[in-house]
Design a binder for this molecule. Structure first.
Ligand code: USQ
Length: 395
């Protein structure tokens, strides 16, 4: 049985990833510090529906399927806590069999503060983002060097590291010819939030450790994710992943779906011509799985641009309004002053071939999929707190 460790296992992507691998016969351990839950408590943020904690969800998963997901609650900014995960002093907060499952073959690293608005909210949140994101990546790299350099690290990066340059965005790397000589470099990165900047620093850290210690790393440059429907979590509503629509943790498509059903004009920031690459949550799982099955060699950093299609904010608003209107919901759209510092009109042409080459079959955001998502959100319409949709967190 292959063993996999998922750091940040309580998150929007962490929990469905755990369930996905568990269902496919992997021995799965999830780790989380619950900092996102704590931020939500402090900011009075509720998700679209309540989500049980990791111990409760893992118990339900075991009762329904007989598959065990082991749970560890700890703070990975602490190097000793990280080291314990790789030894028999690991302490499970939930397990059927409390015996150490051994050193994992793969570590999926999601354990980062993922919100761009939160990273610029105030000094404390900025500093937390910086320290958390970099120290977890650093602690993981040192621990893997100590225990086994053959462990494959799958790290969630972000397309936002590249920013919106006026040239095509390559898949991680670029060949530069300068004064008659040529070399290969990481594609230039320039982010437009502190959160995205920490992800650039992560990439640099990992690339340094790959070159220096021969680690094996896959970096997935993912665009904003949407949806909450993943086949394996559909067996029971209590297993659904979290769904944020608030300004801190909600990403654009999920936010617009919620705004559509409560008659809140879709909050298009600025001109709305900002283009990004998007991906359905079920495709994220396919991509992680394909990456796990195609590990890099020691001393190799594989980079994939993890998106399946690109849209402008205006296009997304129009698509959601069209689907909503066809369902009898009157959807309004409103352009508001952009609280962010970002280019509102720009060239955007990223390459995203690598994941298709290893077998990903993308699920596109069709009218039918949008209607299915609106239908899902409508079930929880009464839980939605309009006051949390837009408070104008500024860059
Ligand atoms: N936007 C709006 N209205 C809104 C919310 C967002 O017009 O109500 C616009 C933003 O200005 C931006 C675009 O939509 O141009 C995307 O914003 P977002 O909030 O959906 O995504 P972002 O802050 O970039 O971050 C999210 C995740 C982050 C991930 C990133 C991928 O929170 O963890 O890394 O998407 S990417 O954007 O490709 O960097």
């Amino acid at each position: 049985m292959k063993s996999i460790l998922i750091l940040g296992g309580d998150g929007y992507l962490g929990w469905p990833t755990a369930v996905f691998f568990s269902k496919r016969g992997y021995s799965v351990t999830v780790v989380d510090s619950y900092f996102k839950r704590n931020i939500c408590k402090n900011h009075n943020i509720n998700t679209l529906y309540p989500t049980l904690d990791l111990v409760e969800k893992s118990k339900i998963w075991y009762d329904l399927t007989g598959y065990e997901i082991k749970v560890v609650i700890c703070d990975l900014r602490n190097h000793e806590e990280m080291r314990k995960l790789f030894t028999s002093s690991i302490k499970y907060n939930f397990a059927i069999d409390h015996k150490f499952t051994g050193i994992p073959e793969t570590v999926i690293h999601y354990a980062e503060q993922p919100s761009a608005p939160y990273s610029v909210y105030d000094y404390k949140s900025a500093n937390f983002t910086l320290i958390n994101n970099l120290s977890v990546t650093n602690n993981l790299s040192w621990t893997i060097k100590e225990f086994d350099k053959n462990i494959h690290i799958i790290k969630l990066g972000t397309m936002g590291e590249y920013g919106t340059p006026n040239i095509d965005i390559e898949e991680g790397w670029i060949d530069i010819n300068h004064k008659g000589r040529t070399d290969k470099f990481l594609f230039p990165r320039q982010a437009s939030s502190l959160y995205h900047t920490t992800k650039i620093m992560d990439t640099d850290l990992l690339w340094y450790y790959v070159r220096t210690w021969n680690l094996k790393v896959t970096d997935l440059m993912q665009g904003p994710v949407y949806g909450n429907i993943t086949t394996d979590t559909e067996i029971d509503d209590r297993l659904k992943t979290s769904f944020h629509y608030d300004e801190i943790f909600g990403t654009i498509i999920n936010r617009f779906l919620v705004q559509a059903v409560v008659d809140f004009p879709l909050t298009v920031y600025g001109k709305g011509d900002q283009i990004r690459g998007y991906i359905n949550i079920s495709d994220t799982l396919q991509c992680i799985y394909a990456s796990e099955k195609n590990p890099p060699k020691n001393g190799e950093l594989k980079i994939f641009n993890q998106i399946v299609e690109t849209f402008s904010v205006n296009q997304i608003a129009d698509m959601i309004a069209k689907a909503g209107n066809e369902m009898g919901i009157k959807v309004k759209i409103k352009k508001i002053d952009n609280p962010r510092k970002e280019k509102e009109k720009h060239y955007y042409n990223p390459v995203y071939k690598g994941l298709k080459e290893i077998g990903i079959k993308p699920k596109l955001m069709t009218n039918e999929i949008i209607k299915k998502m609106i239908h899902e959100v409508l079930k929880y319409k009464n839980n939605i707190n309009k006051d949390k949709i837009f408070n104008g967190i500024k860059w």
